[in-house]
Write a protein that binds this ligand. Structure first.
Ligand code: BGC
Length: 746
């Protein structure tokens, strides 16, 4: 009887929804909300970790009482089905559960880590990959992913750099929006199957010292222009939910930060979705020294606009009491639950059987080619001395494949691979065997793992190297060395890997270094000893195949760095979009420290913004990446030298492929606003595209940039475009651009 009533009400709601009568739908939702008891309202705000088998019955009873609105960390379809049926058929209002999971860069099939995906500069491919994962996950009953992660980070020490799209807000926004589109499509249902979650709001990537969970102090102007940017774009693209973060921002923890959640996201941006806490981060308000009790924590969080608590008992244990004490209002609860129920409705969860049938009709296609393609396009060629790559198979009698990551099905997958299937992995060893045959391949692991200081295996590796024409050495860091809570202070190759490479180099044979890592590593100690460096990041399931595609010359590397690589840890943070300062550095005037005469007068050296011992340059700049061919850029031209605010600047140049390989060049367009009421970076990425060119081919490339795209936000979040002098430039990376100046007039 009870269920029959429910179906009727929701049937009405959904008809109203599909016929576009939003006002009607909204009124119906209101009356549903009014009919819900306080424990039922609080239940919708409660996201609970999936129980152990022993706790399952009491968990089901809690669902029956309407005390659970969502479940996370369950990937077993039968169990999810049981939870959903219990919620639909036995809970007071029959409201289905939202089922969340970290589907971050793959589900069963693992794509390259997010930082690597950003190195592809190919949002369409990133979107296709995420759509594949969405189908895989939806089939298991998952309907919500805690992705995309949109934290801008300029600190490779931070372990979560692996999950990020790197240092640039524009690039990260493009990638984030691609993922939102993949998960959600134009309509969450029936077109698409997963709700997305933009996380972690906001500025989590700026944790002090790159140490996870650490304090963050970022001025509002930088929040607006750097950290908010990808989140603002995700909100514009209707991302279904937002997640708060673990850190405190400018003295107020993100999970109870009213300025972030209520004032900026919900009021200023008009965001209609719901906001979930990060794992137990409401309880952690006490550790921050921001709340004395769970009750106060819940009070502060709901007051800040937090709609749902993930894995905690502050909301479930305290909200009802806070209401009874008059500290919060029923309206507050209803407002949050309304946001949550709207997402559940848009996901088609109330048409549960129909939704299941839709999912069954859309099995994931085989994704291996996609994963291989994304790994190919994500790989960055950092060095290729004497064009040693691609390797010429005919001139190789024996190839030595060496290193702790050359044949490890798990470690090449990267962080956040809860559901990853290692049986799908193709390791470098597997792919090399396929390519050159087992009889030509000498494989030595050399070190037990990347951290091992036990050098006993190096002799065998030397032996293999001695009998080979070329050595491919696969090093880096295991997945556990990056990701949440896994920050590092030293960014060199861990363990005895440097020694391994230096010893191998003594053989006098060419070394191709392949790096698998979750972050930019400092490679200065090994770079001089190797002929080539191919940076694969953690490339995912198909990393081995992608590596052979590139090394064999079947494919031409095209990836470009989405983050600056430092020469040494002491330079961090180092990023391209820095400010000019009052004493800008000119690297040409750098005096090497060793050459400074003794007793030199303090002001005799250039007093500029640099390090005496290392200057100002990174190891590899943002946007950097080589290929097997050579691209030449002509000087760009603009269609005018004066523009009004409503104009579009057209930048035209010729791109030529002067080498003997076909390839794809990632063309990058940057601008600079020379003088403004707030200082602006020395350059900012404003456009990029992949241009494919046959050997010898040239193309005219025309890029249209609306003048409106060249503005910035002030501290209050108002977008300003001030007249004055600008430049627009193009090049293969941020450090090698050619530009033209122009004026924007009122
Ligand atoms: C992480 C989130 C993640 C959540 C759920 C937290 O520890 O910070 O990114 O989505 O756990 O697994």
């Amino acid at each position: 009887m009870r269920f029959g009533w429910m179906v009727l009400v929701w049937g009405f709601v959904l008809t109203a929804c599909s016929s576009g009568e939003e006002g009607k739908q909204s009124r119906e939702l209101d009356s549903m909300l009014r009919s819900m008891s306080v424990p039922e309202l609080v239940g919708q705000m409660n996201l609970v970790n999936s129980p152990s088998k022993e706790d399952e019955e009491s968990f089901l009873n809690a669902i029956r009482r309407g005390e659970i609105g969502g479940v996370l960390n369950e990937n077993n379809p039968e169990r999810i089905e049981l939870f959903q049926r219990t919620a639909l058929n036995e809970s007071p209002k029959g409201i289905p559960l939202i089922i969340g999971r970290d589907v971050i860069h793959g589900f069963k099939l693992i794509f390259p880590i997010n930082l690597a995906q950003a190195a592809s500069w190919n949002p369409d491919l990133v979107q296709a990959a995420a759509a594949h994962s969405a189908r895989e996950a939806a089939r298991a009953g998952i309907n919500w992913t805690f992705s995309p992660m949109l934290d801008i980070t300029r600190d490779p020490r931070w372990g979560r750099v692996a999950e990020s799209f790197g240092e640039d807000p524009f690039l990260a926004a493009q990638m984030g929006v691609a993922m939102v589109k993949a998960y959600q499509g134009d309509s969450l249902y029936p077109e698409s199957l997963l709700a997305a979650c933009a996380k972690h709001f906001a500025a989590y990537g700026a944790v002090e010292g790159g140490r996870d969970y650490n304090t963050v102090a970022v001025p509002r102007i930088d929040l607006e222009n750097i950290h908010f940017r990808p989140f603002r774009e995700a909100a514009k693209h209707s991302v279904a939910s937002f997640m708060t973060a673990f850190h405190e921002l400018n003295g107020v923890p993100a999970t109870a930060n009213r300025y972030l959640i209520q004032e900026t996201l919900k009021e200023q941006w008009g965001y209609p979705g719901f906001v979930v806490s990060d794992w137990a981060s409401v309880h952690e308000l006490k550790n921050h020294g921001f709340a004395t009790s769970d009750a106060e924590a819940a009070h502060l969080a709901i007051g800040a606009g937090l709609d749902m608590e993930m894995s905690g008992s502050c909301y479930s244990g305290e909200l009802e009491k806070l209401l009874a004490e008059g500290k919060i209002s029923r309206n507050q609860l209803e407002a949050s639950v309304r946001r949550i129920l709207e997402v559940k409705m848009k996901l088609g969860l109330f048409q549960y059987d129909e939704r299941r049938a839709t999912i069954a009709q859309r099995p994931p296609r085989k994704g291996e080619d996609l994963a291989r393609e994304l790994a190919v396009q994500s790989a960055v060629l950092l060095k290729n001395k004497g064009q040693i790559l691609p390797l010429k198979l005919e001139s190789i009698q024996q190839l030595a494949l060496i290193g702790p990551l050359a044949d490890n099905r798990y470690e090449q997958l990267g962080t956040w691979i809860f559901d990853g299937d290692t049986l799908l992995t193709v390791t470098p060893k597997m792919a090399f065997t396929n390519w050159i045959g087992a009889n030509k391949l000498l494989y030595e692991k050399a070190l037990a793992n990347t951290r091992s200081a036990d050098t006993r295996g190096i002799n065998a590796a030397l032996e293999a190297g001695r009998h080979s024409d070329v050595m491919v050495v696969v090093v880096g860091e295991e997945s556990i060395l990056s990701g949440e809570a896994h920050s590092r202070a030293h960014l060199g190759l861990p363990g005895a890997q440097t020694k391994l490479i230096q010893n191998l180099a003594e053989l006098g044979k060419p070394i191709v270094l392949v790096v698998m890592a979750g972050r930019p590593l400092v490679l200065s100690e090994v770079e001089p000893f190797v002929e080539a460096i191919l940076y694969l990041w953690h490339p995912g399931s198909m990393g081995g195949s992608a590596l052979v595609d590139l090394i064999s010359g079947k494919r031409n590397p095209s990836g470009k760095l989405p983050i600056t690589f430092p020469q040494t840890e002491g330079q961090i943070p180092i990023y391209y979009a820095h400010k000019n300062t009052g004493r800008p550095v000119d690297e040409r005037n750098h005096v090497p420290m060793e050459t400074i005469p003794e007793r030199l007068f303090q002001t005799s050296l250039p007093n500029t913004n640099h390090y005496l011992d290392i200057g100002s340059l990174p190891a590899y700049p943002f946007g950097y990446g080589l290929s097997y061919t050579e691209y030449a850029y002509s000087e760009p031209h603009l269609n005018s030298d004066t523009f009004s605010r409503s104009d579009t600047v057209e930048l035209t140049f010729i791109l030529q492929n002067r080498g003997s390989f076909a390839g794809e060049e990632i063309v990058q367009v940057y601008f600079r606003d020379f003088v403004a009421s707030r200082t602006r970076p020395v350059k900012e990425l404003v456009h990029f595209e992949r241009v494919s060119l046959q050997s010898g081919e040239e193309k005219q490339v025309k890029v249209a940039i609306p003048v409106q795209a060249l503005g910035f936000y002030n501290e209050e979040g108002n977008y300003l475009l001030e007249p004055g002098e600008f430049y627009l430039g193009v090049g293969p990376n941020e450090a090698s651009i050619q530009y033209q100046t122009f004026h924007v007039i009122d």
